[in-house]
Design a protein around this ligand. Sequence first.
Ligand code: NAP
Ligand code: GDP
Length: 338
Amino acid sequence: MSKKALITGISGQDGSYLAQYLLKEGYKVFGLERRSASNDSFRLKYLDIYSDVEIFNIDLIEHASIIKLISLNQFDEIYNLAAQSFVGDSWDNAISTSEINSIGVVNILDSIRQFSSHTKFYQASTSEMFGMVQATPQNENTPFYPRSPYGVSKLYSHWITINYRESFKLHSCSGILFNHESPLRGIQFVTKKIINGLCNFLNNKQSIRLGNLDAKRDWGFAGDYVKAMHLMLKQKSPDDYVIGTGIETSVRDFCSIALNKLELKHTWTGSGLNEKCILEKDKSTIIEVSPQFFRPAEVNSLLADTTKAKEILGWESETSLDELIDLMINYELKMTNN
Ligand code: NAP
Ligand code: GDP
């Protein structure tokens, strides 16, 4: 009989790729989507798997509904990907971010503990927990120092996942994933905003406004990272793993790579809030800096040390940043030309 997996946040970026991956692995895939969901499952539809998954309209923080769902269905695996996932919004929405990202996780863990203790659990932890990094690169032993309500909320859920594993012997794992992107990334995130903005510029000539161009991230491809989630749950013993590429790139350099791919010759001029990216052809501004997109506290640099994932899971990032940007540009050009 097929194994049953529940994915919370199934209509998000990772949820959609994970659903596609698990379906290929022969799983029966169920998903959680709140009724007020901000998208119309366009990612599941784009991947052509919408009719292959069964969706429950339940909010992660509805405790009684989560208990009922988990006790009735006795899932083999639960992947908790639902979250208020945008760091930038978390200062203005600190309470709802904490409710969803922290309390939502205990809702699931406690339901598993009481009614379905054989269920394996995956928690979507994040490199944002390293925040003001205490060592570079970061691995499973690096101390945490979150820098946003998002990072703090995720640190709680990371530790409660470990605590339920140690206290109640649950098979609960936490994947500390560094930034991962795809054509299906949310539009608020910087990579998608850049690729979408540059591709639109070809038609509308509207410049893009960004925040901190010096921030560096370890960007990988979401399609590679969902495999790591599954590999974690397949191990005999539950554990936590850092997942990333081991290469970091600044926001500015990410822009330049994309600009070059679109054959937009450019130069960067000025500094700080006056920095601009100018097109050589007609001296028009294509990227400018705006204080609106700076954060109250910034994470300047994140870089993964994935030695443990390589050794134990046999997992490595397969898609280079160059290939990832190609994927994102091709999708965006296809969408803008339709
Ligand atoms: P995403 O695209 O924002 O997906 C998150 C999903 O959770 C959305 O579909 C959202 O639905 C849903 N959700 C939010 N609140 C909910 C609630 N109360 N009840 C039920 N569903 C709810 O994020 P992602 O990039 O796929 O990331 C997946 C997970 O990995 C998140 O937990 C994120 O924090 C974590 N993570 C992501 C990265 C990354 O770089 N992508 C890195 C590390 C960790 P709505 O449409 O209704 O908002
Ligand atoms: P995060 O690492 O989860 O916060 O992912 P984001 O894609 O939202 O941001 C990555 C980095 O890009 C952060 O250091 C941001 O401060 C920086 N950044 C610079 N300009 C922008 C922008 O306009 N939007 C976003 N989202 N981030 C920006």
